[in-house]
Design a protein around this ligand. Structure first.
Ligand code: PBG
Length: 340
């Protein structure tokens, strides 16, 4: 017993409830832990670049590279060995392949479909998700077609539905519209079904906010908007009821999964969406969230591994069933080493 005593008054501590008892040992804490996370719930985003043996660093995303298809296959092999089975593909294209209408997105021999086929051949069992939006292909750096400074909705939807078909034909399991145009999920579903792709899924970026946390991603793809911002299509960070409206529309239009993005500033939104829908809920731990932890480590503010683990568990705890994260491999390795 401690000899520690302050003079005078002392509280009478006759507690029947002492929550600390359940935190006494590591084994006990593990026994009562409420949140589980598996490597198979993680999705690794991949940045593709044309060529062979290409590994291009992204200065704002330490540890993440643009990879040519041959090196992409190697990374997937490593991921699969760690239990990460799902991948989200983004093409990084040279400016010469970009135009106003993102024409390259419909090229069946483009970087995206050819890489998809290569991965599909070598890894028939992994889940291949493709990002559907115009920004990697657009000379304006917007997710849709721009005319007179405005982003056109219905014309963009037509292109997105056709882009989805290109991805489905090349072997995508799930297409993932990240553009926030109105009505695109329904149009994509119709286009896929018309061609017999009734088993190709749609993971909709239903609730995507106009966010400053996408900065490093836009460096990765060199896809920052050439003018203005994305606020006429991506959501305002002050809104959550609008998030549920977007979810309702995407469910009605045939989405198989819905996403909230970014994750960390929107954990309340993830929780509300989870309570609102029976579809699997994904959350995107975006590039800025990743890079801030990396930078925090470098600056001596925090340990990056602990930052990663706490972040990903908190996103899961908020209700995400699936987490898109650049930490997927490191987290899978950590789970292997620490959670059995
Ligand atoms: C584009 C798209 C973006 C991201 C995924 N798809 C960027 C944007 O909307 O500007 C961001 C991902 C990240 O920051 O990690 N349609």
């Amino acid at each position: 017993m401690t000899q520690f005593k302050t003079p005078g008054w002392r509280p009478i501590m006759k507690l029947t409830q002492r929550p600390r008892r359940n935190r006494t040992t590591e084994a006990l804490r593990q026994m009562v832990a409420e949140t589980e996370l598996r490597a198979s719930q993680l999705v690794l985003p991949l940045f593709l670049v044309d060529g062979k043996d290409q590994q291009q660093a992204i200065s704002t995303m330490p540890g993440i590279y643009r990879l040519s298809p041959d090196l992409t296959l190697k990374l997937i092999e490593k991921a699969v060995a760690l239990g990460v089975k799902s991948f989200d593909l983004f093409p990084a294209l040279p400016e010469s392949k970009k135009d106003k209408y993102g024409t390259e997105s419909l090229n069946p021999n483009g970087l995206m479909p050819t890489t998809l086929k290569m991965i599909r051949d070598k890894f028939p069992d992994v889940t291949l998700i493709t990002d559907v939006a115009l920004d990697p292909y657009s000379s304006d750096g917007h997710d849709g077609v721009v005319e007179n400074g405005k982003i056109l909705n219905d014309e963009t939807v037509e292109l997105l539905a056709k882009m989805s078909l290109v991805h489905a034909r090349a072997g995508a399991d799930i297409v993932s519209p990240s553009d926030m145009m109105d009505g695109r999920v329904g149009a994509i579903r119709e286009a896929l079904d018309n061609e017999g792709f009734t088993n190709t899924g749609i993971l909709s970026y239903s609730v995507k906010y106009a966010s400053c946390f996408y900065g490093p991603f836009r460096e990765a793809l060199d896809s920052a908007p050439k003018f203005g911002d994305k606020k006429t299509y991506q959501m305002d960070y002050r809104n959550t009821r609008e998030a549920l409206r977007e979810i309702d529309l995407d469910v009605a239009e045939g989405a198989d999964m819905v996403m909230v993005k970014p994750a960390l500033s929107y954990l309340d939104v993830i929780a509300k969406v989870k309570a609102h829908t029976n579809l699997p809920v994904a959350a995107y731990n975006v590039s800025g969230e990743y890079s801030l932890i990396k930078a925090g480590h470098k600056a001596g503010i925090m340990d990056e591994t602990r930052g990663m683990v706490e972040t990903l568990y908190s996103i899961r705890r908020a209700g995400a069933d699936v987490i898109f994260t650049y930490f997927a491999l490191d987290m899978a390795q950590w789970l292997r080493d620490n959670r059995n």
